[in-house]
Design a protein around this ligand. Structure first.
Ligand code: IVH
Length: 661
């Protein structure tokens, strides 16, 4: 027998059966026949390891155990979608689109409730899978994604290709996994989404392999490069390459037809074998995407219709108060736990004193709670008919529940604040914010660990994070930490010293200074020292900066404690300059001439210009034969036409951000 030939034969048969079973949902052989062929292949590969092919279906069993996840920077950021909650929102979306690009066809697809994943193929081979992470940087989960049987390990397409989609667990596999967990005394997963994301974040791919994950592909990246101009066609192309594409995908001529589809899916939702939480609607003509543009977080050519939030009745046991990093005090209801949309809800926000008074929410009231998607559950209304007379009328507290200092309410705000700078809750939540994903993004230092280290006295301030390495011997003795995990944690902390100034500024948690304002400030001032010395007036000269932000920034840096902290961070080696992360890439735009046009959402013109110049490029005001790149925001006009005519490379903001990142 020619072993190689037999292995090839088995692989191609098993691939075909896999495809029929997992992608087309239409098997042509029994499980026993499939298993027999698989066992034969495993045996041959064990006897002749040199003949084992990289695309063998046996690679799916999961044989990789990692120490930790590598970070992956997405070339094109993984954005999210803006939401629609009713018909009117969909009509508005249609109107907005028509206004910019005229009447359009739409592709509508069900919105799968899982987690986003990006897959890369090079030389026809699957080479990398990454999670969304914070949209710019995700994690390499190739070893786990390989175990998903509906994902082709090779494709019949010669160009490099990136596809994105939703990784999910079917309702059946969820039941199976929970049955196994119950039998082994483990806590069950709350819902298929949690189960899928827990499985994909396993270091040992054997575990992921057992969880029977699946993935529907919903986009092809850079489709125009692949000669695809319609989103529907992109999905059909993906299907032809062997990817699992959701069959509940249709192209429509009018928004009314889309709305009928939405209504149909709302009806069919419970009959599907996997969870969906809405319908995604996308303009079909991809060539128009640049013209339609993006906002800071989401493209304007797509929208996610979210199914109505489920409302559930429960009783308020208690009203407690949480203190956030800014000192804001939020009343929270502790509830009799109830299941809402597959997850157990035991707490709901009551927002602020006015909200409670307006709805007359009282302790022991029976209330309607609602949870939509990832939004924190909230108390919608009180069921007054259920009152017994034992309910307690709400009274706002006068002192911080953590530090016991008096709290204050400013005239213009609904919330009360704890103004004690040394309040433990504020300090701890400030630290949690500093290390969080959109700020310094320090892996392994989540809220619970910060809380533990804070209470142990190991981390009481931001600089303490960078001094943690002096406590190695103490750390390894802590329960739940091994030598390896401590080394990893310290490595992530060290790596974060190299972060750009904007994320550092955001991490400081200056009031009113969010991610975008941090970028504006970092680009404008370039070093933290220059920002520290600036006046309210010069801050207000910047387009995006108004009175409130300017005051807040100056106030923050006028405090000696904050200035000392910045000094200490600099001494500890934390970068406080605005620069591209990789020094060697600092001249990436050397010799390139850019023109900016249209309305930019993520950057100001000035900010974009500074970034280009910092990377060695030049910005001019009009498009000519000397222009290399046109950065086009929304509502771009004649410059865009001209650039198209003379064949200048045109990029949108998302691509620009990816280049910069
Ligand atoms: S398109 C630019 N299509 O929903 C974003 N997303 O709220 C392109 N999702 O992060 C996403 N099903 O993980 C798209 N058919 C579908 C989807 C889908 C689920 C998820 C996706 C995204 C989130 C946005």
């Amino acid at each position: 027998m020619n072993v190689k030939k037999r292995i090839d034969e088995l692989i191609s048969q098993l691939k075909q059966y896999n495809y029929e079973y997992y992608t087309q949902d239409n098997p042509s052989v029994t499980d026993q026949e499939y298993d027999a062929l698989m066992n034969e292949l495993i045996q041959l590969e064990t006897l002749y390891p040199d003949l084992k092919r990289e695309d063998s279906p046996t690679m799916r069993v999961g044989d990789t155990v990692l120490d930790s996840f590598e970070k992956v920077t997405h070339d094109i950021p993984m954005m999210s979608l803006s939401n629609a909650f009713n018909k009117e929102d969909l009509y508005d979306f249609d109107k907005r689109i028509q206004k910019v690009v005229g009447k359009q066809q739409y592709t509508a697809e069900v919105k799968i409730d899982g987690l986003a994943g990006a897959l890369q193929y090079e030389n026809r081979k699957f080479v990398l899978a990454a999670t969304r992470g914070n949209g710019t940087v995700g994690e390499d989960v190739t070893h786990n994604v390989k175990t998903i049987r509906s994902i082709p390990l090779t494709i019949e397409y010669p160009d490099d290709l990136e596809v994105r989609g939703e990784i999910f667990m079917s309702k059946r596999s969820f039941e199976k996994a929970n049955k196994r967990r119950k039998e082994t005394g483990k806590a069950p997963f709350m819902n298929p989404r949690n189960a899928a994301s827990g499985s994909i974040r396993q270091l040992d791919s054997k575990i992921a392999a057992k969880r029977e994950l699946d993935m529907f592909i919903y986009s092809i990246m850079a489709p125009l490069k692949h000669g695809i101009t319609s989103h529907y066609d992109a999905l059909m192309f993906a299907k032809k390459l062997g990817f699992h594409v959701n069959p509940l995908t249709e192209r429509f001529d009018t928004i009314d037809e889309v709305i009928t589809f939405v209504e149909e899916m709302t009806e069919r939702r419970d009959t599907l074998s996997y969870d969906i939480d809405g319908v995604v609607i996308k303009v079909d003509d991809i060539r128009l995407y640049d013209d339609i543009g993006v906002t800071a977080k989401s493209p304007k050519w797509a929208i996610a219709y979210k199914f109505p939030a489920e409302e559930v009745l429960t009783q308020i046991q208690d009203i407690v108060f949480q203190v956030g990093r800014t000192g804001q005090i939020t009343p929270v209801a502790n509830l009799n736990p109830v299941l809402v949309q597959g997850s157990m809800v035991a707490r709901a926000t009551l927002h602020n004193e006015d909200y409670i008074k307006e709805k007359d929410i009282r302790q022991y009231d029976t209330v309607v709670i609602q949870k939509a998607g990832d939004i924190i559950p909230e108390v919608v209304r009180v069921v007054k008919e259920r009152r017994t007379g034992n309910e307690e009328v709400f009274e706002m507290i006068a002192h911080c529940p953590v530090c016991n200092k008096p709290i204050e309410r400013k005239d213009s705000e609904a919330a009360y604040f704890c103004v004690n700078p040394n309040c433990d809750a504020k300090r701890m939540n400030g630290l949690i914010h500093f290390v969080s994903r959109d700020a310094m993004n320090i892996d392994g230092l989540g809220a619970r660990i910060i809380e533990q280290f804070y209470n142990d006295g190991l981390i009481r301030s931001i600089p303490d994070i960078y001094r943690l390495k002096d406590h190695r011997s103490e750390l390894v003795l802590k329960e739940g930490f091994g030598q390896k995990s401590i080394e990893k944690l310290l490595e992530s902390i060290e790596a974060s010293k190299d972060n750009n100034l904007d994320v550092l500024l955001f991490g400081l948690g200056i009031r009113h200074v969010g991610a975008k304002v941090s970028r504006v400030l970092a680009a404008e001032f370039e070093t933290i020292n220059q920002l520290m010395e600036t006046s309210e007036e010069s801050l207000k000269d910047i387009n995006e900066i108004g009175d409130v932000i300017a005051k807040s920034v100056v106030n923050y840096f006028s405090q000696q404690a904050h200035r000392d902290m910045i000094d200490t961070l600099q001494e500890l080696g934390v970068n406080t300059q605005y620069r591209a992360k990789k020094q060697e890439n600092n001249d990436r735009f050397e010799g390139k001439t850019f023109v900016l046009t249209g309305k930019l959402e993520m950057y100001t013109r000035k900010e974009a210009k500074t970034l280009i110049e910092q990377l060695g490029g030049k910005v001019t005001s009009s498009v000519s034969g000397n222009t290399d790149v046109l950065l086009a925001g929304s509502d771009a006009g004649s410059k865009l036409d001209k650039a198209e005519n003379i064949g200048v490379k045109i990029i949108d903001e998302a691509t620009f951000k990816a280049w910069i990142d």
